[in-house]
Design a protein around this ligand. Structure first.
Ligand code: VGL
Ligand code: ZN
Length: 223
């Protein structure tokens, strides 16, 4: 039996990239990515504070295989900041693919953080772009709001959830990943290496069922 985790005012639920392109039918579909949506809808009311991230690329983004003649999706290339996986075109700004899933229901989300909008830099993490230098501003936002523990769920476990969790932990936030509310792309063992990395950084992986909130009644009043 695992202990329950009770959420409070210093906890933030960071919901990663619940967008059409990452779900079945989308251009970079994460297998069974759509299954996490009802779980996230049910989890969100257990948190006082929720932030959503949205992958948001300009056309011709450097991470798109189509921007590199002769390259195919899932191949890698060397770019200014190191190795970059090439992806199918996805989450292009203002397209249906970039929109949040229509069944995602988190009305009390306080911030939508877009990332990946610099044409020459990809951004898996919600904190730092893939050059590991360009900050999104989320760290300052979280510190100023007084959050100390970040709960993560979403897509994909082995890319954007992974990088976001690692960066949060390295900046001294406590990090809890709700693993059954995530799905993986799983290229070259990336899901297994994500679990190893989380273990070595002291990031807890839990299941949704242990998360409780002591103030659920308040939400039912609607005020
Ligand atoms: C993601 C690959 C490319 C993700 C975003 O959300 O995990 N993966 N862009
Ligand atoms: Zn992307």
């Amino acid at each position: 039996m695992t202990d329950n985790l009770t959420t409070g005012e210093h906890d933030l639920f960071l919901v990663v990239d619940i967008q059409n392109d990452f779900c079945p039918g989308g251009s970079l579909a994460v297998p069974r990515g759509d299954e996490v949506v009802p779980l996230i809808n049910a989890l969100a009311p257990k948190f006082d504070h929720v932030v959503l991230t949205q992958d948001w690329h300009p056309r011709g983004h450097l991470s798109f295989a189509s921007s590199h003649p002769g390259k195919q999706p899932f191949q890698t290339i060397e770019v200014a900041y190191g190795t970059q996986v090439l992806w199918p075109d996805h989450c292009v700004q203002e397209t249906v693919g970039a929109a949040f899933r229509g069944d995602l229901h988190v009305p009390h989300a306080e911030l939508v953080l877009r990332k990946g909008y610099h044409r020459e830099i990809d951004s898996y993490s919600a904190f730092y772009e893939n050059d590991r230098k360009t900050a999104t501003g989320l760290t300052g936002y979280l510190r100023e709001r007084g959050f100390t523990r970040i709960f993560l769920a979403g897509l994909a476990f082995d890319f954007c959830v992974r990088y976001s969790g690692e960066d949060a932990r390295r900046q001294d936030f406590e990090v809890v990943v709700i693993e059954d509310a995530c799905r993986s792309i799983d290229v070259d063992g990336s899901a297994a290496s994500t679990r190893d990395s989380f273990r070595s950084l002291g990031i807890r992986c839990v299941s949704a069922g242990i998360i409780k909130n002591n103030k659920l009644v308040r939400r039912k009043t609607g005020l």
